[in-house]
Write a protein that binds this ligand. Structure first.
Ligand code: URA
Length: 288
């Protein structure tokens, strides 16, 4: 640390990082990009001719160089990541299949270390609500408040969701079961990657099998795409019932807009309300 920096300055810079969304540490040691960027750039011909790919990544590159070599590094990482993901999916499938109750599944998830999101998260956000309810709501991923509380949908998005449920005469603690497509907060609230949703999917699907909801609601594009294994966007999928087949069971699923979308696009609340009325109607049909 720079000795000239006193505690007040340090607190100010941390506060500034926090406000800018930098709220996780991604390496054990800080990298001084200003210092590195003062070094003379390595000529492009040398970068191309270096025979050993790993030696290029040993010294951190300044941002301009990093941009040039990034696609090559990304490709190299991807080929190594694929078998690792498959192994993690296999492990997740084995562990989740053994769980015969929701509490056993929660315990299995707590023990599972195959998803790298867990390394940076403070808590596992398994689920919340009534495990005997007919309605299961599946969001994208825990955010900052959820990570701190270890529960899904407790922050700003969750409060809006609670209000929407109340408007439809549904209570969060008695009428719904809430979970997400991934169970740990992605750093900086980024969208979970395909590998992360693939690894968490066995726990999500087993949760559905154990809860046996009459109606599933996929909140937002990531949830809908993950559950339906589609690349279609949420505006195309929302508001239409689809059948989700899991291990010989068929579930009625409605994709709808995520609460965070409604903050960004308040006019879309009308569509969300239409979807909520469809959900109420389906629950009524199922209960009669
Ligand atoms: N957004 C989500 O998708 N899930 C949460 O739990 C919170 C916010």
């Amino acid at each position: 640390m720079n000795k000239a920096m006193d505690h007040k300055q340090l607190a100010t810079i941390l506060q500034w990082y926090d406000m800018s969304g930098v709220d996780v540490i991604v390496a054990d040691q800080p990298t001084d990009w200003f210092e590195i960027s003062k070094r003379p750039p390595v000529p492009a011909s040398i970068v191309r001719q270096t025979p050993n790919k790993t030696s290029r990544t040993a010294t951190p590159a300044p941002p301009a160089r990093a941009a040039k070599i990034a696609p090559k590094i990304a490709r190299a990482d991807h080929s190594l990541a694929a078998p690792k993901t498959e192994l993690a999916v296999l492990e997740a499938s084995k562990l989740s299949a053994k769980a015969n109750t929701v509490e056993e599944l929660r315990a299995a998830l707590e023990q599972f270390d195959g998803c790298s999101l867990k390394n940076m998260a403070k808590n596992t956000c398994f689920a919340d609500g009534n495990p005997r309810s007919s309605l299961m709501l599946i969001g994208e991923a825990p955010g900052r408040d959820e990570d701190l509380a270890g529960l899904p949908f407790v922050g700003r998005d969750g409060q809006l969701l609670d209000k929407m449920l109340q408007a439809a005469k549904l209570d969060r603690s008695t009428d719904v079961w809430l979970t997400n497509t991934v169970f740990w907060r992605p750093p900086g609230n980024r969208t979970p990657t395909q590998a992360e949703t693939d690894i968490c999917r066995p726990f999500l699907e087993r949760q559905i099998e154990l809860i046996k909801p009459q109606v599933i609601v996929a909140l937002g594009g990531t949830s809908a795409k993950t559950l339906l294994r589609t690349k279609s966007g949420i505006m195309r999928l929302r508001g239409k019932w689809v059948e989700l087949e899991l291990n010989g069971q068929t579930y009625q699923l409605l994709p709808t807009l995520h609460p965070s979308h409604l903050f960004r696009t308040p006019a879309a609340k009308k569509l969300a309300w239409q979807d909520l009325l469809m959900i109420k109607e389906k629950l009524r049909e199922k209960q009669n």
